[in-house]
Ligand binder design. Structure first.
Ligand code: MG
Length: 398
């Protein structure tokens, strides 16, 4: 195996590509609620957890990059280097990234150069890329072509039909011995040709470039249709759909606000409890734990444990959401109902939804918060306390 510091991923994210629509450069657009660049970096990190992640960004994209980096797992973020800045062309951007790696105290031995818009590089592909870099010094993943390819002239006339069995559609990560590709890029810099991939740069430098098996799933997202296909591909990988329910009650006590989903809602009373008594957060936490069959909130955070006295219940909810993530799953939907005569929930509903979504790290559109009274019946009707019910739907890999 390649030793930890000897491999770096160089991710090219400097493009202004707006063909995907929706304004922002496509690498920062959300795919199922997470920026494309963050998904790509997570995929690379999963394939080689100890490798450095060096991204090349456009000088205008510092804020978008930081927002994307914030969505990475802590483990991946630890390997993320400060971004390098791109140049006028893809070639120049890669060169800048390579030079940033060359300035490291210990530059990598191998570098895998990857498009930010390819989030489906799986561990097997990355392993093939590392092996090819080590064995051949310069290599690129290629997939067989199913269409017949024609070479045409300026008038649109066919001038050649290359033999299809000898053609490959080339993807990334392209894999290189670091010194070789750094040299090749330095030689190519200032040249007339604008190389569209790094294999071409290596070819131009006279290096033999080997093609290893690519992966049809590792496609590049360019158009709005590609983004839809990517979301479908992600959902298809999470076919095990589960639902959990949660229910919680807290009694009213002295106070001037109640915590609901991480929001302090002003009220003539508070809620009694060992933690902050956030009845809604507790119900949602139990719903998530139920969906992954991981016990209940009391098992994870025993009320007998003094460290949870007065604790913000966001801690409990975040933990449950992280357990779903750790299983490789996603929270597809949360639907919650608050039961009380007062306070009125309507004016706070949007804030509560936003807060719950933020704590769980999902889009607001996946969170519903409703409220009802019990027509003055029962303990909630008598204003003795509040109840909350929640359903959570999660999707898990098989
Ligand atoms: Mg509770």
């Amino acid at each position: 195996m390649t030793s930890p510091s000897s491999l770096a991923f160089l991710v090219v994210a400097g493009g202004r590509g707006t063909r995907a629509g929706a304004g922002a450069p496509k690498q920062y657009r959300a795919v199922l609620g997470k920026p494309l660049l963050a998904r790509t970096l997570e995929a690379l990190h999963a394939g080689a957890p100890s490798a450095l992640l060096q991204v090349v960004i456009h000088a205008d994209d510092g804020a978008a990059f930081a927002a994307g980096a914030a969505e990475l797992s802590e483990a991946a973020r630890k390997h993320l280097a400060a971004p390098a800045f791109g140049g006028a062309s893809r070639q120049e951007s890669v060169r800048n990234g390579l030079e940033a790696l060359a300035r490291l105290e210990t530059p990598p031995k191998l570098v895998l150069i990857h498009d930010a818009a390819r989030p489906f590089a799986d561990p097997a592909l990355i392993e093939r890329a590392i092996e090819a870099a080590r064995d051949f010094g310069a290599a690129a993943p290629g997939v067989p072509i199913s269409d017949t390819i024609k070479e045409i002239d300026a008038a649109g006339r066919v001038v050649a039909t290359p033999e299809r069995s000898r053609l490959r559609g080339v993807q990334t990560p392209q894999a290189f011995a670091f010194e070789l590709i750094l040299d090749a890029h330095r030689k190519a810099a200032g040249g007339k040709i604008d190389f569209t991939d790094d294999a071409m740069v290596a070819e131009e430098a006279g290096l033999p470039v080997h093609i290893f098996a690519g992966d049809p799933k590792n496609f590049k997202l360019t158009t709005p249709e590609d983004f839809m296909r990517a979301e479908q591909q992600l959902l298809a990988a999470l076919p095990d759909v589960r639902t959990g329910q949660g229910y919680d009650v807290h009694a009213f006590a002295d106070g001037d606000h109640v915590w609901l989903g991480g929001v302090a809602v002003p009220h003539g009373q508070g809620l009694a409890g060992h933690s902050d008594a956030d009845v809604l957060a507790h119900a949602v936490t139990d719903a998530l734990l139920g969906a992954i069959a991981e016990g209940d909130i009391g098992a994870h955070f025993p009320p007998s444990d003094p460290q949870w006295k007065g604790a913000a219940s966001a801690i409990f909810l975040r933990h449950a959401a992280e357990l779903v993530k750790a299983r490789g799953g996603m929270i597809a939907h949360v639907d919650a109902t608050i039961v009380c005569e007062a306070p009125k929930i309507g004016p706070h509903r949007d804030a509560i939804r936003a807060s719950l979504a933020k704590i769980m790290g999902i889009e607001e559109g996946r969170v519903a918060v409703k409220a009802t009274t019990t027509e003055k019946l029962g303990f909630t009707g008598r204003r003795e306390g509040m109840a909350a019910l929640a359903l959570a739907t999660v999707r898990l890999p098989l």
